[in-house]
Design a protein around this ligand. Structure first.
Ligand code: TYM
Length: 359
């Protein structure tokens, strides 16, 4: 699909109504913040789905460093390292940088430029409803950065700059993608244009909400200040993975015979969801496969599966981190591809608003 394809005001065309040769089902944009290490939630909720979709969609995958500085301060050297590591994670997990545009958000200034316009389109009432702002700002909202508050406007710019039709993310980003649609719709309406495409969130598979291994009611998260055993990182070696799964919180009962039997058993549900996502099964299939098992047996199986999936990714990430030039080359190429799409869209948005073109 080319960047000049006329935008559909109604949003993404349904898969059924389009031909499906490679790259022709639409355009994907997604991204991850380079804060902390990549974890199993990022992999199962996002990256794994990107890999599965990359042959059917034109893909742009961003390392969103501008977003990374909205919350607590990150050491500059750590931000640089984490930015490369997220890119290494994308490639190691199977994203082909020759096919997809893999780039760093700050390398394409149009993101920040369009975000300013969206700061003037989005309403305070909309931003006030964002649950991630409430969660991240916590009780002391007065101390939150202005960047954290307008974070969703920048995310809308990330997506709308590329007229992305689909945005594969974990469950926690759904509200932001919905806000993106609202911003696109308001811009299009206010300026009587159909410039921006309304994107569809793609939230699929059993891993769209991976929970902490220590508390099945809490999302697994990079910024989890709690136990080291709560989060499996994509950089964990086999021993760490085994230890974390062994120590994962469980309950005294064997695994249930049906999904209904997971009611009130958040930890069991989480481990089964992780297992289902790692093996490419539905939760129903995973529950049927493991019905009646003791946790000790199931945890051994889960460990074996997690190590088989994450081990090669982990090794490839290490290789890439030892050769940052390979990562930087891929990111440079990706930024060029991204700029070629984003530049004309930003120019069109500026013209639509009425900004005098620069001579
Ligand atoms: P971030 O960096 O928090 O997470 C990156 C991706 O991983 C998913 N994810 C999870 N999925 C399942 N279980 C979990 N525990 C879990 N934790 C994280 C997220 O849903 C996400 O898909 N705002 C975004 C980054 C962003 C973005 C974008 C995404 C910026 N611009 C444009 C898509 C399109 C974020 O903070 O993701």
């Amino acid at each position: 699909m080319s960047g000049s394809t006329p935008p559909a005001r109604e949003g993404a065309p349904s898969k059924d109504s389009r031909p499906s040769p490679a790259g022709n089902q639409g355009r994907i944009l997604s991204g991850i913040k380079p804060t902390g290490n990549l974890h199993l939630g990022n992999y199962l909720g996002a990256i794994r789905n990107w890999v599965a979709m990359q042959n059917n969609f034109e893909c742009l995958f961003c390392v969103v460093d501008l977003h990374a500085i909205t919350a607590e301060k990150i050491e500059p050297a750590e931000l640089t390292r984490a930015t490369r590591e997220v890119a290494a994670g994308y490639i190691a997990a199977g994203i082909d940088p020759a096919q997809a545009a893999l780039f760093v958000q700050s390398h394409v200034p149009a993101h920040a430029e369009l975000a300013w316009v969206f700061n003037c389109v989005a309403r305070l009432g909309w931003l006030n409803r964002m649950t991630q702002f409430k969660d991240k700002a916590g009780k002391n909202r007065e101390a939150a950065s202005a960047g954290l508050y307008v974070y969703p406007n920048l995310m809308a710019a990330d997506i709308l700059l590329y007229k992305a039709t689909h945005v594969p993310v974990g469950e926690d980003q759904k509200q932001h993608v919905e806000l993106t649609r609202d911003i696109a719709q308001k811009f299009n309406h206010d300026y009587a244009t159909n410039l921006f495409v309304l994107p569809e969130p793609v939230i699929q598979g059993a891993g769209t909400r991976v929970m902490s291994l220590r508390d099945g009611t809490k999302k697994m998260s990079k910024s989890d200040g709690g136990s080291d055993y709560a989060v499996i990182y994509m950089t964990d070696d086999a021993d760490s993975i085994a230890q974390k799964i062994r120590k994962a919180t469980t309950d005294p009962n064997p695994l249930p015979e049906s999904v209904a039997g997971l009611e009130g058993r958040a930890e069991a549900a989480n481990l089964l969801n992780i297992y289902a996502a790692l093996t490419g099964q539905t939760l129903e299939q995973a529950v049927a496969e493991q019905a009646g098992q003791q946790f000790s047996q199931f945890k051994a199986k889960l460990t074996e599966t997690a190590v088989a999936v994450l081990g090669p990714i982990n090794a490839e990430m290490k290789r890439l981190m030892d050769d940052p030039e390979e990562i930087d080359r891929a990111l440079k190429r990706g930024a060029e591809k991204a700029k070629a799409i984003a530049g004309p869209v930003l120019a069109e948005a500026y013209k639509t608003v009425g900004f005098l073109p620069s001579a």
